[in-house]
Design a protein around this ligand. Sequence first.
Ligand SMILES: Nc1ncnc2c1ncn2[C@@H]1O[C@H](COP(=O)(O)OP(=O)(O)OP(=O)(O)O)[C@@H](O)[C@H]1O
Ligand SMILES: [Mg+2]
Length: 860
Amino acid sequence: MRVDKVKLINFLSHDETTVTFKGDINVIIGHNGAGKSSIIDAINFALFKATRGKIDDMVKRGKASALVELELKMGNSLVKIQRSIPSRKELLFINDKLIARSAKEVNKKVEELGLDSRVVLTTMIVRQGEIENIFENLSDILKKVMMIDNLEKLTESNGRIRSIIMEYDAKIKASQDSEKRLKELREERDSKDKEILNLEQLIRKLDDELSALKQEESRLATEVNQLQEKAKIFHGLKTGLDRVERELSKLDQERKDLANIPQEIERLEKRQRKLKEIVEKKPDIIDLENAEKSLKDLNNRLKKLVQERDKIHADLKKKKELERFHIEYEKYKKNYDELKHIHEDFISTSRSLSDKRKSLNEIETKLRALPVTRKIDEIQKEIEEISQKINDLNTNMGAINSELDQIGKSMNALISAKEDKCPVCGGPLDELHKKQLLEQYNSREKELKERLKGLKEIQDSLQERMRRLNLELKNAQNNQSKAENYKEQISNLSREISELQEKVNRLQSLEEKYREASDKLKELDSSEREYLSLLGVNEEELDRREEEIATINHEIEEVSAKIQQLSSRLGGLTREDIGKAEKELRDLEWALSELIRKKGRVEQISERIESLLKQRDELRKEIEDLSFDQLELDRKRKDRDALRVQIETLQRDIGEKRGKLHEIIERRKQLESEITELTEKVKQVQDLSRAKERLEKLRRILSEGGLQSYLISTLKGRIENNLNDIMSMFNMSFARVILTFQESRSLSGKIDIQALDQNGQSLPIGMLSGGEKIAIALGLRLAIARSLMGSLGFMILDEPTIHLDSQRRAELLSVIQESMRVVPQIIVVTHDEEVLRIAEYVIRVEKVGGKSEVIEGVNQ
Ligand SMILES: Nc1ncnc2c1ncn2[C@@H]1O[C@H](COP(=O)(O)OP(=O)(O)OP(=O)(O)O)[C@@H](O)[C@H]1O
Ligand SMILES: [Mg+2]
């Protein structure tokens, strides 16, 4: 058998990895934590559902489920196992044919294929760093693989066999009680049978009694029913009679109450006549009231007319008094109207006169305000004088200037004279003469210039004076023209004023007349108004009023006469009296109609009484004919009820008895089944006792260690043989390996391992080399496996070289190579590159980004 392929999905550090195993020695290599052991874990899981931790921890972190698929080659068959976490899928195929489809079925099938989990997991699959553990744990491993520990547990004082024996004991003891109980139950059953017989007899007797009573009761019940029918009729008649008698007495009373109705009607009719007489006088009252009202109206009108007449009288008198003022008013009014335009003229003339005066005043003020200046001709004269002076001065200065020119020319001539002749005097010209002449000229020139300067100053002052005078003249001329203008205005205004004044004087007397008229009109205004208001009042108005007054007085007389007449007719009757009478009459008529209605009722009552009396007699006769006896009915009823009570009691008694009978029958049934059961139990006791005896024997054998010692000795031989077979293939220096069991019956002691050399000399295992020890360890594992399972298929070693020095590592590798002779397929897991030396096929595992990845290839 070989492991062909394993596929991991979301299993430990793998997302999705498929590993195929090729060749004899497969090496899975990679760094720590790369995901190598995870592959072995997947194989273990697929084969046996075995895991290193909790099953759920095998699912890759962050994933919901995991799946492992393992392919094994067995001869020509291909076995495929699928298992998932959570366990939804547990399948086993052989050559693609589905053989097992549940965890239980798959486990069973794996075992049938020769793979016992206990054996494989302790021998063929060697976990990281555990190769040599086999020496320490050999007895435990053997116990485990042979399940001897289970055998031991069976024989322990609280072991399984003992507990079964005790169970049997208890059952046997309980069954012994059953026999006694069975006897009791049988006795009880017999007594119940007797009870049932008695009860059945009694019930039959009671049933007979009951039917006799029921017959009697039904006879009585019929009689009572007949009497009750009669009673019903009797009561019907009786109620009818009562009703008739009640109505009769009621009607009788009513008839008595209505006896004095006719007298009452007569009395009311009399009163009615009297009231009608009063009510008939109602129109007179209305006439009287109307007459009184019109009298009142007439008096009011008369009063008003008298007032009006008196007023007209007074007004006429006043009008006459005012006539005089009115005439006067008319006169002044005429004057006033005529003078009105003159007054207006006067007013406007006076106003313009005062305006003119005001203007005159203003101009005169202005004239007076003009500045005072010299007279124009006076100024002009001075100007002429000054200008004469300036002229004289200019002449003077002209003479001087021409003399200066002359001097200048003479001097020039003198200076430039070349001849010896004096240009001035015509005499001889010597230097002295020249000099004298020049001096004369110079002093004259100087003198002349001095004079010229003095004259110039005078000229300036004169010119200044001249300028001022011109200015003065201009002002004077200006003033003069203004003054002339003002004066002209003044004269004009004065003329106008005098004209206006003259006109005012002329109008003055008329104006006064106007004023007088105006004042008079004001004075007369109120009397005039009054007069005008009375203008419409006249004598005819007065006459008309007097006439009306006479007419009304006449009417008043007539109405008064009528009132007197009506009053005497009514004789002191008031409207209130009539109202009262009317109301009383209405009430009375109503009462009267009520009484008349009642009178009719009396007749009805008499008729009804007669018919009721007849009914009463008939009913009395019917009751007599019925001859119903209430006492008889009561008596019979009592008898019947007593009978019913008797029947009920009897029925209850029978019911109780029947219930009891039922209970006893039930109990009897129960007893019967208990008896059958117990009979069966008692029979089992014999079987149990036999079984117990056999078990005790087995326990004895097991605890004496017979079976174990047999198994152990057989196994020891097989393992030893197999081991030496294997060791012979390992090419070692020693000839044989011997296992010595210190406690050969129970495997509880140590197992000694000795190697024998060619000369038969023995060496304890501790004295052997590392490689030799590993070889024996591996050999032992393989030997045990083979002893229990026959041929071997594969061996898996996880990190076998860990903690080994290079010497031992080399030895181990050669042992592994040699093991190929025993197991056809070896899978080594390692991070040690040196191991590659023995590999045929290399499976490289790396962790990339939290996920394990695999690269496979044949070793180069
Ligand atoms: N459920 C899980 N999901 C994801 N990763 C896990 C899970 N359980 C364990 N691991 C990680 O998977 C990685 C691989 O573990 P594995 O035992 O296969 O390593 P290895 O290659 O055998 O390393 P070593 O050489 O140290 O034995 C480790 O880093 C471990 O922490
Ligand atoms: Mg590992």
